[in-house]
Write a protein of this length. Structure first.
Lengths: 257, 339
């Protein structure tokens, strides 16, 4: 199983530095929550790591040949696109693309991966339905199943739980945690700090294109940091089954400083 | 399997229509005589229907056969490239004319008529049209090069179409006499009448190249249903996909326009009509759409011969006349699925 290594990774978009010399190593078995305010560079970091953006520096994924990269990492973009009236099963089947030769039929291994992915994302009962006619949250789960069907050791997801109901948010985080426990590598951009704190083994806090903090949830999510980076006051407490983080109100950075 | 049945029935339909196209025409030739004449035989049956044996051979081999072949190949080109473009742009409104190659090929043909070149030697018109199509593709690729997004491609195509259309109007405007103007207008309407085997030999190789480029795109087009980023992460080379879509459409539709003029609506309507039957999947739509386009153009070309035998209705007029209301009905009946 492979991890992900980024060294000195910088990205300029339209003359603006969006990502500033990121060094990050994520090992197999880690479920990393990528957190930070809007525009901090979370999506850019993942897209640059995948080689979808012109970047300077090194990414262990971007240097792989295209097909090997597709076998090494699955990517769940923020924009949830499903074109045409394909069935849920056919959408999930697209995750098998890098495993198949063009035009070859599905092998038993492909079918098993598709069935497993649909089960994990709880969309098996929609298998033969038109994916476009499902609700937004259901479509998000179909696309999650597509990424899982790819069976890549590294899973990169951009706001995968946005728009899901609480039960399915937790279910999605369970899927990520399980993937990591099985030796996979997960990096998910998250806005829900409570979910991030409870389900991720490690949090990376981005602020203005730099890593502001990196470590276990309890060390990254401190009242001072939430005030200085997000400009919020939050209730943070330790419960028996994990950290509880609840944003309360906005504060001005001066107050906290 | 439903898909296999659909392909088999479409193929059968195309075969039947191809034969019908060979058998129907102003010269009434019997079924047996037609087949013999097509094979260059039939001397024994000297005074059959439709004149002498030589005349029958001439009608079958030099008039009806090229017409039927062009109907089939041009229809397939329009259907296939329409399906590929709609899949690539993820837009059901895309059609082969969108990238500006048809309008440019038409301009090349019009210039050949305008300058009198087409009267000087017969292949000047299709050759000039092909040349203009090639120039249009090069311009398109220069305008919307490797890194550009799909929107840039659409805008560049629209701009090229507008420019070619304006220059075509200019040629009409400045045309030296009403006969030249009339010839230009009639040519622009699109038709398959009086095309020879020379036209077939000129156009079909380009169309075959185009088909080859487009036929291999199914996997990439399927992945694109998830958006460009997800498709790229599945290992799809988007730059090559785009190049193949543009070149494949340009080669097949450019050649089609060069010999038959602009024939609209086939490339737009056929993918729409067949999409629900293949379950929406872009890769399955390619072959189905090629066969559907061939069937639609062959039947339209048979219809113009039957409906108005004396003054033949132009093929392009008929496809638009039938295609537009049909498309409207299609939109109304599927309004819910489109959103």
């Amino acid at each position: 199983m492979t991890g992900l290594t980024l060294q000195d990774l910088s990205v300029d978009l339209a003359g603006r530095r969006v990502l500033e010399r990121i060094d990050l190593t994520v090992a197999p078995g880690e479920c990393v929550g990528l957190i930070g305010p809007n525009g901090a560079g979370k999506s850019t970091l993942m897209r640059a790591a995948l080689g979808h953006l012109p970047a300077t520096g090194h990414s262990s994924l971007a240097t792989l040949p295209r097909r090997e990269r597709a076998l090494a990492a699955a990517w769940l973009p923020q924009a949830r696109e499903i074109a045409w009236g394909m069935t849920v099963e056919e959408i999930v089947e697209l995750g098998r693309t890098p495993h198949r030769r063009p035009g070859s039929p599905l092998r038993p291994a492909d079918r098993a991966a598709i069935a497993r992915a649909m089960e994990e994302a709880d969309v098996a009962r929609f298998a033969t339905q038109n994916a476009k006619q499902l609700s937004g949250g259901e479509q998000a789960r179909v696309l999650l199943a597509r990424a899982l069907a790819q069976e890549a050791p590294i899973l990169l997801a951009d706001e995968p739980v946005a728009g899901l109901d609480p039960a399915h948010q937790i279910a999605a985080m369970e899927v990520f945690a399980k993937h990591a426990r099985a030796g996979g590598t997960v990096i998910a951009a998250l806005h829900d700090l409570g979910l991030a704190a409870r389900w991720c083994t490690r949090l990376v806090l981005l602020d203005s294109g730099r890593i502001a903090a990196d470590g276990p949830p309890a060390t990254v999510l401190t009242t001072e940091r939430l005030a200085s980076v997000y400009g919020i006051a939050a209730h943070i407490s330790d419960a028996e089954d994990g950290l509880i983080v609840l944003p309360l109100r906005r504060v001005t950075p001066e107050v906290s400083a | 399997m439903a898909y296999r049945r659909l392909i088999a029935s479409l193929a059968a339909l195309v075969a039947v229509l191809f034969c019908a196209s060979l058998l129907i025409g102003p010269a009434a030739i019997g079924l047996g005589d037609s087949i013999l004449a097509l094979l260059g035989l039939g001397e024994g049956l000297n005074q059959g229907l439709g004149g002498s044996a030589e005349a029958r051979v001439l009608v079958m081999q030099e008039i009806r056969l090229p017409r039927a072949i062009l109907g089939l190949t041009i229809g397939a080109s329009l259907g296939l490239s329409g399906a590929a473009l709609q899949g690539y742009l993820r837009n059901p409104l895309a059609e082969p004319g969108l990238i500006g190659v048809s309008a440019s090929a038409a301009l090349g043909a019009v210039l050949a008529i305008y300058t009198g070149l087409s009267a000087a030697f017969p292949l000047a018109l299709p050759l000039s049209a092909l040349g203009a199509a090639v120039i249009a593709v090069l311009l398109l690729l220069a305008l919307a090069g490797r890194e550009a997004d799909t929107l840039t491609l659409i805008l560049a195509g629209v701009a090229l179409s507008a420019l070619a259309g304006a220059l075509t109007s200019l040629a009409l405007n400045l045309s030296p006499n009403p006969f030249a103007a009339l010839e230009i207008v009639f040519w622009l309407l699109g038709a398959l009448t009086d095309r020879s085997m020379l036209h077939v030999w000129l156009a079909v190789p380009f169309m075959l190249v185009g088909w080859l480029l487009l036929a291999g795109l199914g996997r990439g087009l399927d992945a694109l249903a998830l958006g460009e980023e997800a498709a790229a992460s599945l290992g799809i080379r988007l730059d090559l996909l785009r190049l193949a879509v543009v070149l494949g459409t340009a080669a097949s539709v450019g050649a089609a326009t060069a010999v038959a003029g602009a024939i609209g609506f086939v490339g737009l309507v056929v993918p729409h009509l067949l999409r629900p039957l293949v379950g929406g999947r872009p890769s399955r739509l390619l072959l189905a759409s090629a066969l559907g386009g061939a069937a639609m153009l062959l039947s339209a070309d048979i219809a113009v011969r039957l409906v108005t035998p004396g003054q033949e209705l132009k093929l392009g007029v008929l496809t638009a006349l039938v295609g537009a209301p049909f498309f409207l009905w299609l939109i109304l009946s599927r309004r819910r699925d489109l959103t």
